[in-house]
Ligand binder design. Structure first.
Ligand code: GLN
Length: 456
């Protein structure tokens, strides 16, 4: 814990930790020492972790990187962070992210951009750590903490993991409680760990997962010992390679790492099967209807009355002006764009044409996966992102759709509720990490992590 706190103090250029909690960290570290001395060593005992700013942490600023939540100190602790604390984890502070987890580069944050500790060889251009869990990924990659929490609505754990050479798992929807996790799109959001290794991810997921009566979508399904399932034995398993993910213009380095990962699984005794997920191309547009629709509803609560920021009012301003000014000042541009898109697709005149249609597409995407698994596929191997980490400011500043295209491989499994694990597989010609994702059957994170263990 002391080593991490020292490293964090020297890490300002990364802008990963946005609130430090050294007092809490030292108190919990001492408590962990006491537990160890008493012969009681829970799974995360004394392990220093960072917490994404989207998790409510009691008495500690929790702003989801938004000015609208400026100064918000929750009265309660999220279930996931409480479970981590109960398992002995030591919270070092809160981590940067895209505002309300909307973004793929951590460039939409009230704290400013987070920076990737990796550089292209011979080139000092500052790169994105990915998003929205960019601070979590940067902090783990730069050894500021041993592990971090992330959330994944459409790729926000897996893409930052890929951009920083770290491991991240988005569990099955319902595996981890969403209680106290500030909502973006409630039917897609999932909490998960971001770590340095598959083994760490297995241990930390075990601590984060479990049924919570406070979240009606949390599943009452036993949490197995994920770590015990890491045998490295995948002989006879069937790995699906979805042909629709070989999109036009897929960069050669991404195709090459995908082939490399396929060969590694084959060498370990798995059978490689060409599969089709025919509705894949509709996933991204469906996601960018469903997610903003839910966001526009979830973000209605930031009205200047209950939380955080309230605009200064002028003479004659009434409650309507208070709402309008507060929301105009408090929300960043990307969040405002999503609220407008979401309101539009849910409006009486367009609901059927957009929202209802996207819901139907979602059902078809889910069925594609179900068919593959019914055919005996154990896990699906696919790219995570169409590129390695890109330069800050390089994508999307004037063209938000270019940024959305980054999510083309990740949103599918959120729409289907399935687990997906990101694992670093190699480096590109510039020396940047490249990762791949494995997608698994619902509730079979242990088996999925075992496949990732072979790729690591
Ligand atoms: N980049 C996607 C979005 O902006 C996914 C973000 C996430 O998973 N939270 O919606």
């Amino acid at each position: 814990t002391m080593a991490c706190l020292t490293a964090i103090d020297a890490s300002d250029p990364l802008n990963a930790f946005v609130h430090k909690t050294p007092d809490i960290a030292l108190e919990r570290a001492r408590a962990a020492d006491a537990r160890i001395a008493a012969g009681e060593v829970p799974a995360m005992c004394g392990i220093p972790v960072g917490i994404k700013d989207v998790y409510c942490t009691k008495g500690v600023l929790s702003q989801a990187a938004s000015n609208v939540l400026k100064g918000f100190r929750p009265e309660y602790e999220s279930t996931v962070t409480q479970q981590l604390a109960d398992a002995g984890a030591v919270m070092l502070g809160k981590l940067n992210m895209d505002e309300f987890a909307m973004g793929s580069s951590n460039e939409h944050s009230c704290y400013g951009r987070a920076v990737n500790p990796w550089r292209r060889s011979g080139d000092d251009t500052a790169l994105t750590p990915g998003g929205s869990s960019g601070g979590s990924a940067a902090a783990v990659a730069a050894d500021l903490c041993l592990a971090a929490t992330g959330t994944d609505t459409g790729g926000s754990i897996r893409q930052p993991a890929a951009f920083t050479g770290t491991v991240g798992i988005k569990p099955t929807y319902g595996r981890c409680s969403r209680w106290g996790v500030i909502a973006y799109a409630s039917s897609l959001d999932q909490a998960g760990p971001m770590t340095k290794s598959v083994r760490d991810a297995a241990i930390m997921l075990g601590a984060m997962a479990g049924h919570d009566p406070k979240d009606s979508t949390s599943a009452d399904i036993p949490v197995p010992d994920f770590e015990a399932m890491l045998t490295g034995d995948i002989r006879g398993k069937k790995i699906g390679i979805p042909r629709e993910y070989r999109i036009e213009g897929l960069p050669a380095e991404i195709a090459a790492i995908w082939d490399q990962g396929t060969a590694m699984l084959k060498d370990a005794g798995a059978e490689i099967v060409d599969i089709s997920l025919p509705h894949t191309k509709y996933a991204l547009p469906a996601y960018y209807v469903v997610a903003p629709a839910e966001a526009s509803s979830n973000l209605a609560r930031y009205d200047g009355v209950r939380y955080g920021h309230r605009a200064k009012l002028g003479q004659g301003d009434g409650i309507t002006e208070m709402y309008e000014k507060t929301r105009a000042e408090g929300f960043g541009h990307e969040v405002q764009r999503r609220v407008m898109i979401g309101t539009y697709v849910l409006s009486a005149g367009f609901y059927d044409a957009y929202y209802n249609r996207a819901r139907k597409v979602r059902a078809l995407i889910k069925r594609d996966f179900e068919n593959a698994f019914a055919d005996g596929i154990d896990a699906i191997l696919a790219p995570i992102s169409p590129s390695a980490a890109f330069g800050l400011g390089e994508v999307g500043d004037s063209d938000p759709v270019a940024m959305y295209l980054n999510d083309v491989f990740t949103v599918t499994l959120n729409l289907a509720g399935l687990p997906g694990v990101a694992v670093p597989v190699g480096l590109n010609a510039q020396g940047l990490p490249l990762g791949l994702q494995l997608i698994g059957r619902p509730w079979e994170e242990g088996d999925l992590l075992n496949h990732a263990y072979v790729l690591e």
